[in-house]
Design a protein around this ligand. Sequence first.
Ligand code: NAD
Ligand code: SER
Length: 343
Amino acid sequence: MRKPVVLITGANGELGHSLIEHFSKTDDHHIVALDLNPLDRDLRAMCVAAIVGDILDQNLLKRLISEFEIHAIYHLAALLSTRAEYTPDTAHAVNVNGTLNLLQLAHEQSRWHGHPVKFLFPSSIAAYGLPDPETKEKAGKVRENEWNFPTTMYGCNKLYCEQLGRYFTHHYRQLAAEKAPSGVDFRSIRYPGLISAKTLPTGGTSDYAPEMLHAAAQGKAYGCFVPERARLPFMAMPDAIKAIVMLAAAPRAAITQHVYNIGGFSLTAAEIRERVAKAFPKADISYAVDHPRARIVDSWPGDVDDSAARRDWGWKADYSAERAFDEYLVPTIREYYARAGGK
Ligand code: NAD
Ligand code: SER
């Protein structure tokens, strides 16, 4: 008998860590974790299987189909924006071909067990592309269908995969003699930059915010790679988890679009620095601007309009900037490094 499970790809990443921890506290999810790297030891006990492998490996994906009955896929595996700019061909392979593989797997799984497979896809504010800081300032909160002109490989990959998900849900095999629903129920969130108190991102372009905070908490100096004025929308990790779980649980009939913005808080690099310095008065944060990376940040919106998510599935962030720093990031990070130091 194949076991009914939820598949999480990219499970050993930042979002994967928090999502597995979240599911481990609810008793109705059997998780199969998949990542290129071995899953951290403390998370392994929370999963029915922790597989080390590549989402581009067709044999591995076939093995998954034969062993498990997959009812939902949280497809988190990706190369993030900065890393993708250094290896655009690999990024395209992982971010696009990998997603296509998983969408096909979802379709096949649904044909086997006869139920729709929910496919949760974390897209990104990188799907937007504004031409310059002045336009960005004027644009304010952008809506999902505005400024869809990404300037990065990662952003192009995310925008295209959103469309692939929509295609698989509504039009896959539309010319087949026997037309049947694809069984893929694709739902996507365009996340702002995420900040976790427990894990550090790698290879992203919004990383300066978490890097500043984690460096200060460890008493390390940090050179911020964007200028003081650079503004992005950010979100505390617990809200990121809350959002994807809410979207997964929303009734299909309530969902009117395939991708949703969600808002947390919008801050400039200077405002983040100020909050970090308030919490860690010895923080040594300077600016060492990396202009090409800063231009990528300039092309992403300063804030997002999340009215569709609010209307369709009741989205509301728990963490404002104040709450995120005062009640989640600063206390958790203090405790985390105090414990790590004590080990
Ligand atoms: P992360 O880099 O921490 O995790 C990605 C994981 O994917 C890594 O553990 C990596 O080993 C794995 N991976 C990469 N290539 C793989 C492959 N070929 N096969 C199997 N596993 C592979 O990133 P994250 O912050 O956890 O992001 C998770 C998802 O959320 C990504 O899709 C990312 O684009 C999206 N997202 C993240 C942010 C953010 O700020 N962190 C913002 C918007 C969207
Ligand atoms: N935070 C991510 C990055 O910087 C965007 O999805 O790549």
